[in-house]
Write a protein that binds this ligand. Structure first.
Ligand code: AMP
Length: 471
């Protein structure tokens, strides 16, 4: 049986309604959203009568080529980039998922993680449902198909009121594109226009690539349907509070994107670095980022502290994110493949090195060793532009289990010793809250263990360690 952390849904989604090049635009949109998932990609299109689907394992550019996109005709399309860990990366788990049911064909692309998928799956299975994949998103499809209602839209409304957790969903029918966002607005999703067409994307960087104009975010709890008569918005799910994922700002979203009602990710990252500089007083000759994720925060840190910024580590851009490697020995190796220090810049210096997070501690340990032993730094001070990651995410960011998170079992001084840095400091939770507008509107569960959305699939999770927080 599936448990938490078997399937991770760090994903990017993109949709188009009303453009003759819908699948081409979707391909470009997925290209811009590649950072949200690298394991698989898929596009489903509609010509008003039939749904067509193409998907595969790998990056968008590997999965799609001209001939394949030509097999996706029509002026409506949705696409999905998937990231999943071991066991979940089979082709059958790559989205969109397409089915035929009583009311016609339907395809779905989902970003986020459901927190009651296991419970729903058991209920549906005992009711006769046969599942083909281990993905949460198939649960949504079965719910839509089985719930009694006279129209597909009503079935969808009923289904999204049964699922819990994080979901930014794109659903496509022969002549309709539907976007639904969970009532907390955990994952980003925005609406734009492109000539006479509408586009929907996880992040605005996808709009920039195709030259689309941002209109607004899909509201938490909103169901937006787009058909031949235009846009129709419903409040499909009652919302009590917002809980946007703050880690989208820290690490996950692209810095050129504006998310959560138009906030620029780069601006927030810089602010995180400034806050960290205000909280620390480390003397150093140079401050360098761990590229690429630490760059923006390091600029903020340098501006605020007056310590010169430089690129002391050079990244090879042609290898995947080391974190994505499933085996420990490959990940160790991966840091060396990915990063190399500029020795002349580091040698004999007191160096501050900044990254956005420490998960297991592997990356930081390798970097400190590299700066000290290979590049001969005099001192190495590690700064993290976020608080300690103490709790796993159940809403769609891939984090390992609690026991694998070094900060859940070790205090900062123990982590410092483990990574062999001269000093180690994290941004405080208060500092993080100062860096984001409307701080009460975010989920900080990975940093404070307070989960804003109930975790129903609790069988694999140590309940005692959870602090459920309902606003
Ligand atoms: P670790 O080596 O396990 O401590 O991982 C820390 C590194 O992983 C940092 O460089 C982060 O930028 C990166 N990272 C943090 N969270 C994630 C994530 N969810 N997916 C991929 N990489 C991540």
């Amino acid at each position: 049986m599936l448990g938490f952390n078997d399937i991770h849904e760090e994903c990017g989604i993109f949709g188009v309604f009303g453009h003759p090049e819908a699948s081409n635009l979707t391909y470009l949109g997925l290209y811009a959203l590649q950072h949200r998932g690298q394991e698989g990609a898929g596009i489903c299109s509609s010509d008003g009568k039939t749904l067509y689907i193409e998907k595969g394992i790998g990056h968008v550019s590997e999965v799609f080529y001209e001939k394949r996109i030509k097999r996706l005709p029509g002026d409506i399309a949705i696409g999905h980039n998937r990231y999943s860990t071991a066991g979940g990366s089979a082709l059958k788990n790559v989205q969109p998922i397409m089915v035929n049911f009583a009311l016609g064909a339907l395809a779905i692309a989902h970003n986020g993680n459901l927190t009651n998928a296991n419970a729903l799956r058991r209920r549906l299975e005992s009711d006769g449902a046969i599942f083909q994949s281990s993905s949460d998103s198939e649960v949504i499809i079965h719910l839509i198909a089985r719930l009694r209602a006279s129209s597909a839209e009503e079935k969808i409304i009923r289904a999204v009121n049964e699922i819990r957790g994080a979901f930014s969903l794109l659903i496509m029918r022969e002549n309709e594109l539907i976007a639904v966002r969970d009532s907390y607005g955990v994952r980003p999703m925005c609406l734009g226009s492109y000539n006479d067409a509408y586009v929907i994307a996880s992040e605005t960087c996808a709009f920039d690539l195709i030259g689309a104009t941002y209109i607004r975010d899909i509201e938490p709890g909103e169901m937006l349907t787009i058909d031949r008569n235009g846009l129709h918005s419903f409040k499909a799910i009652k919302s009590t509070r917002r809980a946007h994922c703050v880690f989208e700002f820290i690490y996950f979203a692209r810095p050129d994107s504006n998310i959560f009602d138009g906030i620029n990710v780069h601006d927030i990252r810089k602010e995180l670095g400034k806050q960290l500089a205000r909280e620390s007083n480390t003397e150093a000759d140079v401050v360098i980022p761990v590229p690429d994720s630490g760059v923006m925060a390091t600029i903020g840190y340098a501006n605020e502290s007056g310590i010169p910024f430089d690129f002391g580590l050079v990244r090879n851009h042609y290898v995947g994110r080391t974190f994505l490697e499933p085996k420990q020995n490959i990940r160790h190796f991966g840091v060396k493949i990915k990063l190399n220090p500029i020795k002349s810049l580091i040698m004999g210096k007191r160096v501050i090195v900044m990254d956005d997070s420490i998960v297991r501690g592997t990356t930081s340990k390798k970097i400190v060793k590299m700066l000290r032993e290979t590049a001969m730094a005099k001192e190495v001070h590690m700064k993290i532009s976020a608080p300690c990651t103490i709790s796993p995410c159940f809403y769609g960011i891939d984090t390992p289990t609690r026991t694998e998170l070094i900060a859940s079992t070790h205090v900062v001084e123990e982590i410092r010793k483990y990574i062999t840095a001269d000093s180690l400091s994290y941004l405080s939770l208060e500092g993080l809250k100062l860096a984001v507008p409307n701080p009460e509107d975010y989920c900080y569960a990975c940093f404070n263990n307070k989960y804003p959305i109930a975790l129903q699939d609790m069988e694999d999770v140590d309940y005692a360690q959870m602090e459920l927080f309902f606003a």
